[in-house]
Structures are given as structure tokens and as C-alpha cells.
Design a binder for this molecule. Structure first.
Ligand code: NDP
Length: 273
């Protein structure tokens, strides 16, 4: 396994399992530099969203990097206020323009907004049929949201991006997604740094001569999860990618599987109808 490892999505598209998230990376130099440092470190997958306000900076960095567009996998997301058929098509064009792209790799519904999400998915299917986007998916969907979507969709989502890490090990959701051919992608894979002092993690980090963040990221990789850790610091961007030269043992993986405490750093979609 290395930083180039790709996951084959349910439509055959290859998606790098490891990428950079840019939520809360500030507009301008902070985002541009983060993306450039990541690309220099070998990342080939960037995750942004309209609501992050930094799509233009991602686009600029990709252009400045000199790396061929085809080699970089770019995801963005439809924001809640843009749901609905026509407004989704408009929002997509806006994102594409800000990203300076003529096609997108992955477009996600950011949140399962009530009442309108079916029309939105139909617009996603249109964008996909027109080959403006290589793959379409969702984010923050629970099992019941996915079941509803599967009941009417023509295209099954390729990806469900949710909060996921050892302290929020959503095993049931992971198993459900696997059974439907939907790849699970973990946001907040290092729990926004809030669990880095957990004693068990610190001990594992010492054992493998890695950092607690690297142990959390490697755990997800070994569960075949797609991960997009965020950092705006060059040394952390590099640290987070140095996870392909060691392996967590089966015993330690099993032990980490028991860390779950339903710990959330972000929003909880469980009660969205
Ligand atoms: P992460 O788990 O990736 O943690 C990011 C935080 O941890 C930042 O504060 C960062 O600080 C810090 N950090 C990063 N690396 C290290 C390290 N090696 N050691 C110590 N601290 C570190 O959380 P995110 O919530 O940002 O999730 C990742 C990505 O997932 C987002 O950027 C976004 O792309 C996506 N996301 C999607 C959501 C959705 O609803 N679909 C919701 C939330 C996130 P610093 O930058 O200062 O280094």
C-alpha cells in the first residue's frame, strides 16, 4: 500500500484512498499553500466544498502545481441552500468555474436536506450522464437516508462521506455501505486532533514509532476507508502522509476497534427525517 493506492468505485472510477481536506483552511494563501504542499508531498486527491469558500484557491493551486489535471482527483459538495433540480445544476456550474475545471471527479450532496434531496439526486444523475462528473455520491447519510435513496435512484451513490475514526467507529453504517457497493469516506479522520492525548493511542504511537495522528489514519486505511485529513501546516501535511511504511497488527486493530464512544466533532444527521 502506498500514497498512490486507488480504490475502485462502483462505476469503475479509481479514487485515491488518501487525500487532503481543506475545511477551515482560510481563503487565499493558506488554502493555496496547503494544496501545493500536499501535492508536493505526493497527495493526488483534494476534498473541498462550496461552503468552505476556498474552491477558487484549490483551483489556483492545482493549476500552479504543474501536475496534469488527470492525475488529481477533486471532490466538491453541493451546499444545503442549493438543493433542488435546477439550482443543483446551477450550483455545479458555479463550483466547476471556481475550481477552473471542465469536469469534476466526485460531486457529493453535503447533507441529506429534508424534502428536496430526491430532486437533487435526479440532477446529480443528469450531471453524471452528461459526463460532467466522473462519480456522484452523498455525505452525512445514515442507513435510512441511503435506503430511501436506493429506493428511487437510477445511479447508486459511489461514496458516502461521513465522520469516522476509532472514536466514532460506525461499523453498522460501514457494513451497510459495503453491502451496497458504496465506499465509505472518513471526514475528521483524526477527530480534529481532539483525541491525540488518549493514553491508548499514545502507547500505540510509541510502539510503532509513529504519532497518534498517524495511528488513527493508518487504522482507517486498514479498514479500506478513504481518508482526507486536513492540515494547513506543511510539516503536518507531510506527517499525515507518512503512514504507508508500517502496518498495525491484527491484535492492535481489534483493540482500536473497541475505542468507539460515538464521539462527534461535527454534526449528527441521525435525526434528519
Ligand atoms: P481532521 O480530523 O482532519 O482534523 C483537522 C484538525 O487537526 C485541524 O485542526 C488540524 O490543524 C489538526 N491536525 C492535522 N494534522 C495534525 C497532526 N498531524 N497532529 C496534530 N494536529 C493535526 O478534521 P476535519 O474536520 O478537517 O476533516 C477532514 C476533512 O474532511 C475536512 O477538511 C473536509 O474536507 C472534510 N469534512 C467534511 C465534512 C462533511 O460534512 N462532509 C465535515 C467535516 C470535514 P492544522 O490545520 O492547524 O494543522
Amino acid at each position: 500500500m502506498d500514497i498512490d493506492k486507488k480504490i475502485k468505485l462502483n462505476n469503475g472510477v479509481l479514487m485515491p484512498q488518501f487525500g487532503l481536506g481543506v475545511y477551515q483552511a482560510k481563503q487565499g494563501d493558506e488554502t493555496v499553500n496547503s494544496v501545493l504542499w500536499a501535492l508536493q508531498a505526493g497527495y493526488r486527491h483534494i476534498d473541498t466544498a462550496k461552503i468552505y469558500g476556498n474552491e477558487s484557491d484549490v483551483g489556483l493551486a492545482v493549476e500552479q502545481s504543474g501536475i496534469s489535471r488527470k492525475e488529481i482527483f477533486i471532490t466538491t459538495k453541493l451546499w444545503n441552500s442549493d438543493h433542488g433540480f435546477d439550482s443543483t445544476l446551477r450550483a455545479f456550474e458555479g463550483s466547476l468555474k471556481r475550481l477552473r475545471l471542465d469536469y469534476l471527479d466526485l460531486y457529493l450532496i453535503h447533507w441529506p436536506q429534508e424534502n428536496v434531496r430526491k430532486d437533487t439526486w435526479k440532477a446529480f444523475e443528469k450531471l453524471y450522464a452528461e459526463k460532467k462528473v466522473k462519480a456522484i455520491g452523498v455525505s452525512n447519510y445514515t442507513i435510512k437516508h441511503l435506503q430511501e435513496l436506493i429506493s428511487y435512484c437510477d445511479v447508486v451513490p459511489a461514496v458516502n462521506q461521513v465522520e469516522f475514526n476509532p472514536f466514532l467507529y460506525q461499523k453498522e453504517l460501514l457494513d451497510f455501505c459495503e453491502s451496497k457497493g458504496i465506499r465509505l469516506e472518513a471526514y475528521s479522520p483524526i477527530a480534529r486532533g481532539e483525541k491525540l492525548n488518549d493514553e491508548r493511542l499514545v502507547m500505540l504511537a510509541a510502539k510503532y514509532d509513529k504519532t497518534p495522528a498517524q495511528i488513527m489514519l493508518r487504522w482507517a486505511l486498514q479498514h479500506d476507508i478513504i481518508i482526507i485529513p486536513k492540515s494547513s501546516h506543511k510539516e503536518r501535511i507531510e506527517e499525515n502522509s507518512a503512514i504507508f511504511d508500517f502496518e498495525i497488527s491484527d491484535d492492535d486493530m481489534e483493540s482500536m476497534d473497541t475505542f468507539n464512544e460515538n464521539f462527534r466533532t461535527c454534526w449528527d444527521p441521525s435525526n434528519v427525517k
